[in-house]
Design a protein around this ligand. Structure first.
Ligand SMILES: NC(=O)c1ccc[n+]([C@@H]2O[C@H](COP(=O)([O-])OP(=O)(O)OC[C@H]3O[C@@H](n4cnc5c(N)ncnc54)[C@H](O)[C@@H]3O)[C@@H](O)[C@H]2O)c1
Ligand SMILES: O=C(O)CC[C@@H](O)C(=O)O
Length: 313
C-alpha cells in the first residue's frame, strides 16, 4: 500500500498509516510541482482543504482507490468524478464538530464580553468600565443555518447558556423531531434571519449555498445582529457584508473562512467590528488527533474492502 499525504496531518494518523505500508508525507506537496509524480502510483491520497482533487489529478493516479479528507468540507474534491472513477471519498465525520461549536462561543463572547479589548485598554493605562459594559448572551436568539453535526452541538451548548435557538435546514427530516431532540426550533430562512441576534452558518459550500448571505438577506436582519461564519467564505457575499457592516445595517461579523485564503486586499479586514481568524475553528489538538486517526483508520478499512461510515455517499 502506498499512501500520499499532501497537507498537514497529526503524527497519530501517520503512525497508523505507516504500520500498513509506504507513506509519502509532505505538508507542502499540494502546491509543489512534484504532486503528480508523487501520486502516480498511490493507492491512497490524504488531503486537507488546499489540495484541489480534480478529475485530472485523480486520473493521473490509476491505482488510486481512496481519497481521505482530513476534515468535513468537500468543496475542494470533485466527488462526482471520484464516483465515476470508482474512487471512494472518506471524510472526518463529526471529528471537529465540538471544536467548531466552541469557536462559535468564543466569537459570541468576543462581541458580548470583549475581554481581550478591555484588557488591552487597561494595559494602556485606562479604566473604562462604562465603555466595556455590554450584554448577556442569556435570552438572546442564536440562528443556525445548517443544523448538522456542528449545528446540533452548538445548539445543545447554547441551550445550556439560556439562549433561544432557531434553525433553518431544509434537509433535516422531520422538523418536529429536530425541535424536540436538540432544542432547536426549525423555521424558514426568512424567520431565522429576521430573529437572530447571532447568526451562525454551518452549511457546505455548493451551488445552493453560494452567496446565501447577501445584500437582500442582510437587509432583513436586526441592526444589532452579528454574523459568524465558520462554514466557507463563499456562503457570504463579502462585498455585500462589507457594505452592510460599514453602513450599520448589522453590528459585525466573525469570519473564520474567507473566499480567498489567505486574504488579499479584502476590505472586510479594515473594519473594527469584523473579527477574522485563519481558518482555525476546527484546529484544536483534540480534533486533529481525532481527525488524523479516524481518516487513517477508515481509509485503510476501505482499502481492505471493509466499508466505512465515513464514505461520502
Ligand atoms: N472552519 C472550520 O474549521 C470548519 C470545520 C468543520 C466544518 N466546516 C464547514 O462547516 C460545514 C458544516 O459542517 P458539519 O460537520 O456540520 O456538516 P454536516 O454535513 O453535518 O451539516 C451540514 C448541514 O447543512 C445542511 N444544509 C445543506 N444545504 C443546506 C442549505 N442550502 N440550507 C440549509 N441547510 C443546508 C445539511 O442538511 C446538514 O444538516 C462543512 O461543510 C464545512 O464547510 C468548517
Ligand atoms: O482542512 C482544514 O484544516 C479545515 C477543516 C474544515 O474547514 C473542515 O471542513 O473540516
Amino acid at each position: 500500500m502506498k499512501a500520499v499525504v499532501t497537507e498537514l496531518i497529526w503524527e497519530e494518523g501517520l503512525e497508523i498509516l505507516r504500520e500498513q505500508g509506504e507513506v509519502k508525507y509532505d505538508q507542502n506537496l499540494w502546491k509543489s510541482d512534484n504532486l503528480l509524480e508523487t501520486i502516480k502510483d498511490a493507492d491512497l491520497l490524504i488531503v486537507r482543504n488546499q489540495t484541489k482533487v480534480t478529475r485530472e489529478l485523480m486520473e493521473q493516479a490509476p491505482n488510486l482507490k481512496v481519497v481521505g479528507r482530513l476534515g468535513v468540507g468537500l468543496d475542494n474534491i470533485d466527488v462526482a468524478a471520484a464516483k465515476e472513477l470508482n474512487i471512494k471519498v472518506v471524510f472526518a465525520r463529526n471529528a471537529n464538530a465540538v471544536s467548531v461549536a466552541e469557536y462559535v462561543f468564543s466569537a459570541m463572547f468576543a462581541f458580548s464580553r470583549p475581554l481581550e479589548k478591555a484588557s488591552q485598554d487597561v494595559k494602556k493605562g485606562n479604566w473604562n468600565r462604562k465603555l466595556f459594559t455590554r450584554e448577556e448572551i442569556y435570552g438572546k436568539t442564536l440562528g443556525l443555518v445548517g443544523v448538522g453535526e456542528i449545528g446540533a452541538r452548538l445548539a445543545s451548548r447554547a441551550k445550556a447558556f439560556g439562549m433561544n435557538v432557531i434553525g433553518f435546514d431544509p434537509f433535516l427530516p422531520p422538523y418536529e423531531l429536530a425541535c424536540t431532540d436538540i432544542g432547536v426550533c426549525m423555521d424558514s430562512l426568512e424567520k431565522v434571519l429576521a430573529e437572530s441576534d447571532y447568526l451562525s452558518l454551518h452549511v457546505p459550500l455548493n451551488d445552493q449555498t453560494r452567496n446565501l448571505i447577501n445584500r437582500d438577506s442582510i437587509k432583513t436582519m436586526k441592526k444589532t445582529a452579528y454574523v459568524i461564519n465558520t462554514a466557507r467564505g463563499g456562503v457570504i457575499n463579502e462585498d455585500d457584508l462589507y457594505e452592510a457592516i460599514k453602513s450599520g445595517e448589522i453590528a459585525g461579523a466573525a469570519l473564520d473562512v474567507l473566499v480567498k485564503e489567505p486574504p488579499q486586499g479584502n476590505k472586510l479586514l479594515e473594519l473594527e467590528n469584523v473579527i477574522v481568524t485563519p481558518h482555525i475553528a476546527g484546529l484544536t489538538e483534540e480534533a486533529q488527533v481525532r481527525t488524523s486517526e479516524l481518516v487513517a483508520r477508515e481509509c485503510l478499512k476501505v482499502l481492505k474492502g471493509q466499508g466505512s461510515m465515513c464514505i461520502v455517499r
